[in-house]
Design a protein around this ligand. Structure first.
Ligand code: NOJ
Length: 755
């Protein structure tokens, strides 16, 4: 069952206060006393604020990038004037110590109450040093690495003056057409939870150091379920799916202490998330005990008008605040209408204080009242941003994210550094195509291309484009590529899509490899040379045809600054790949959504290798298999691993006990290598049908060639419970299957019973 935090909430403190808190300016400023408890300081400050100033704290606007809805009206001077008047609580997209200092100075030296500002930014996979996109980094199954990546992202951001990262994205998604799958941890709720916790801790630390910044859990909630993967589209999920599949990663992030939560753009049960009291009050506050503050997504308060849920901006901010939203990103509704709404009696001052108090709480917590320039040190900025140490971590992260999907005849690794290599593919040599829309403050020119990286490890490489930037080719480009291949011993071809087609507003209806690239591959195949295909893309693509044309297939995702070095280390065998995909690769477009933790249906197709299969009228496609092309958890190594002897410590487990599961694992190949051992559970019969498999534990370990070990896991009742339609945690007796293997498909199975 859920534990509700016992700590007295800020809201309680505010509500318990029956006396009026109308302090005068002459009264001792308790809020400036660093020894007073934060709750007391917040209360004191709220008592000194006008309604307009309170509305100001709820107002977050863009200053520095893009064009906001009202950006044309608000020039720089107007924005700075708003700061002077106490009408801004936070800016987003303001970057660099010099600029941020100038703005913070106005807030703390020229505004009446000297309330410091928060500065937020989308630090999705690094600030200046780019790490692999979150989807790729998640394929490492290495939580220490994931933690370090966020830690350095926080370090660079904090050193550059920021105190708030709009990450981690905790949206579970099954749809690779959605451009934002690159920002998440894939399709599994348990795995997404482990990642979310590591990332929150990485950003926030203990929220007391100069490199600790606020994290933001987003997008609350269920944004990953947008229909057809089309950005900003409708969402329609059941309560059972909500509690069991979508909620866990947000929950884990919040339980790890995340300070802020961002609402999503979508509706849930017909109500836009920013105005949804079920999501923001019942779930976030009451069920999860969230004590931080909620920020809307960009313009999401005002977008409730287009949704058809709010009449106008005034109605929008009223509905948003009533539901539990707090800070208004970019739609400027709070600043325009909040005082009026209170005067009309529609919103109570206590409701406003709850929202404003939660924001102030974190300004105190970060120590900004004591030192508003805490994050504003130019020397620190110079020393900590884009340094060799950070790049080293990014390189480690990148090589651990590279996914080996096929390796026929051990074409990889390429052991001879003097081998004649034909490198083909526009992207392998194009820096601008290496970065995605969430490149933050990075410069594409700082990224090392695959071509540059390979040249460091191999002496004999000739490169040609083979296709154009738009993925089309021509007879001339194909001829050049074929000639290049004919003169070489091995072909490395880089295909996929530009990095810039990853991220927000990057939905694609077709995620097959472009025809131009396939044509090129076909021509190269005819040369008879071994073909190593590298796929660059911020999402799983349909690799069906490409796989058949390649001897080795490597998914390189979007790997960030150290791309070239990481790819070269993997291809040369200096690093033995260990990544496993956290999102299923679809067999074809029509199969989407396809994911491992699906339900059985009343007419299942049966296991792919089952002896007895249904003959007709069962759940299937006539033209393709039901199974994905590459399943969740799949990824090869240069070595092989052998699983045997799966055992449970007892055939039964009682409700208060636990069960040990063990499996023997041997490195049966020629290289030392790492394996991710995955444990899945299936609740065979339950009052609510359960997925055919659910990941419950994993271990990543290094085995020397020939080495054998026994891997042990513990199953507890918590692993066997699930949520009903009302969100109650249920533990039911009966039969369970446990599966262990190196991916979600190829597993050993055992049965036990909960009594
Ligand atoms: C919109 C995106 O959905 C969100 O993830 C991001 O944090 C904000 N814009 C701010 O840039």
């Amino acid at each position: 069952m859920f534990k509700i935090h016992k700590r007295i909430t800020l809201a309680t403190v505010l509500m318990l206060s029956t006396t009026s808190i109308a302090f005068s300016q002459t009264k001792k400023a308790v809020y400036l006393d660093k020894n007073a408890p934060i709750e007391t300081r917040v209360k004191d400050l709220l008592g000194r604020m006008t309604l307009e100033e309170k509305a100001g704290q709820l107002n977050q606007i863009n200053y520095g990038m893009f064009t906001g809805p009202d950006n044309k009206v608000d020039g720089e001077q107007k924005k700075l004037d708003l700061v002077r008047q106490g009408k801004i609580g936070s800016f987003l997209n303001t970057l660099g110590v010099v600029k941020i200092k100038k703005v913070q100075q106005i807030a703390v030296e020229q505004s009446r109450l000297k309330i410091p500002l928060l500065f937020g930014f989308d630090v999705i996979h690094g600030y200046r040093t780019l790490f692999p996109i979150p989807l790729a980094e998640a394929c490492s199954w290495d939580m220490e690495q994931v933690f370090q990546n966020s830690r350095i992202a926080a370090k660079e951001s904090a050193a550059s003056g920021l105190n708030w990262a709009f990450a981690p994205m905790c949206d579970v998604s099954n749809d690779p057409r959605w451009g934002r799958v690159m920002e998440g941890a894939g399709e599994d709720p348990y795995y997404g939870s482990v990642i979310a916790a590591a990332r929150v801790k990485g950003f926030q630390g203990n929220l007391d150091g100069v490199f600790d910044i606020l994290a933001c859990v987003k997008h609350f909630a269920v944004y990953g379920a947008v229909e057809a993967g089309r950005e900003y589209n409708n969402v329609d999920v059941s309560r059972v799916a909500f509690y069991n599949k979508y909620l866990p990663p947000y929950t884990a992030a919040i339980k790890s202490g995340a300070a802020t939560v961002m609402t999503s753009f979508n509706v849930f049960d017909g109500v836009p998330a920013s105005g949804n009291s079920f999501l923001l009050t019942d779930i976030l506050q009451n069920r999860l005990g969230f004590k931080g503050f909620v920020v809307s997504d960009w313009n999401a308060f005002a977008e409730m008008i287009a949704h058809g849920y709010a009449e106008d901006k005034k109605d929008a901010v009223y509905k948003a605040l009533k539901a539990g939203s707090m800070m208004d990103m970019e739609s400027r509704t709070a600043i325009a209408f909040l005082p009026e709404l209170v005067k009309e009696g529609k919103l109570t001052e206590a409701e406003v204080d709850k929202a404003v108090g939660a924001i102030l709480y974190y300004k105190f917590k970060l120590g900004l009242f004591e030192n508003p320039y805490k994050f504003l040190d130019e020397k620190r900025e110079k020393e900590n941003v884009f340094n060799a140490e950070n790049r080293k971590v990014a390189r480690e992260a990148a090589k651990k994210s590279i996914l080996l999907l096929k390796n026929n005849n051990e074409v990889l690794p390429l052991k001879n550094p003097n081998q004649k290599i034909a490198l083909i593919g526009f992207y392998a040599n194009s820096k601008p195509d290496m970065v995605d829309m969430w490149k933050a403050s990075a410069d594409a020119h700082d990224c090392l291309t695959i071509h540059e990286g390979l040249k460091k490890q191999f002496s004999n490489i000739t490169f040609v484009d083979g296709y154009k930037q738009d993925n089309s080719t021509s007879p001339e480009l194909i001829n050049q590529a074929v000639k290049n291949a004919e003169n070489a011993e091995v072909v490395i071809i880089n295909i996929g899509i530009t990095g810039n087609l990853s991220g927000e507003d990057k939905s694609l209806a077709d995620i097959a490899i472009a025809q131009g690239q396939v044509e090129l591959l076909k021509a190269l195949k005819k040369t008879g040379k071994p073909i190593i295909t590298l796929v660059s893309s911020g999402r799983p693509m349909i690799l069906n045809e490409v796989q058949g044309l390649s001897d080795a297939l490597v998914q390189c995702w979007v790997l960030g600054t150290e791309t070239g070095n990481a790819v070269a280390e993997v291809l040369s065998g200096k690093y033995n790949p260990s990544a496993k995909t956290v999102m299923s690769f679809p067999y074809s477009l029509g199969q989407i959504p396809v994911y491992y933790n699906h339900f059985n249906t009343g007419r299942p197709a049966g296991e792919p290798n089952a002896k007895e299969k249904p003959t007709d009228f069962y759940s299937r496609f006539h033209d393709i298999p039901n199974e994905p092309f590459y399943p969740f958890g799949y990824g090869l190594s240069y070595t092989t691993f052998n699983y045997s002897n799966l055992k449970t410590s007892a055939p039964v487990m009682d409700e208060k006990g636990s069960l040990s599961v063990s499996v023997d694992l041997q490195n049966s190949g020629k290289y030392d290598g790492e394996e991710v051992v995955q444990l899945y559970i299936q609740d065979v019969t339950a009052s609510i049908v359960r997925p055919v498999k659910e990941l419950k534990a994993f271990k990543k370990l290094l085995l020397k060639t020939g080495e054998k070990t026994t891997v042990e896991f513990k199953i507890t009742p918590n692993d066997l419970s699930f949520f009903d339609q009302n969100g109650n945690s249920i533990l039911e007796k009966g039969k369970f299957k446990v599966y262990v293997g190196g991916n979600s498909r190829d597993v050993l199975a055992a049965l036990f019973e909960l009594k």
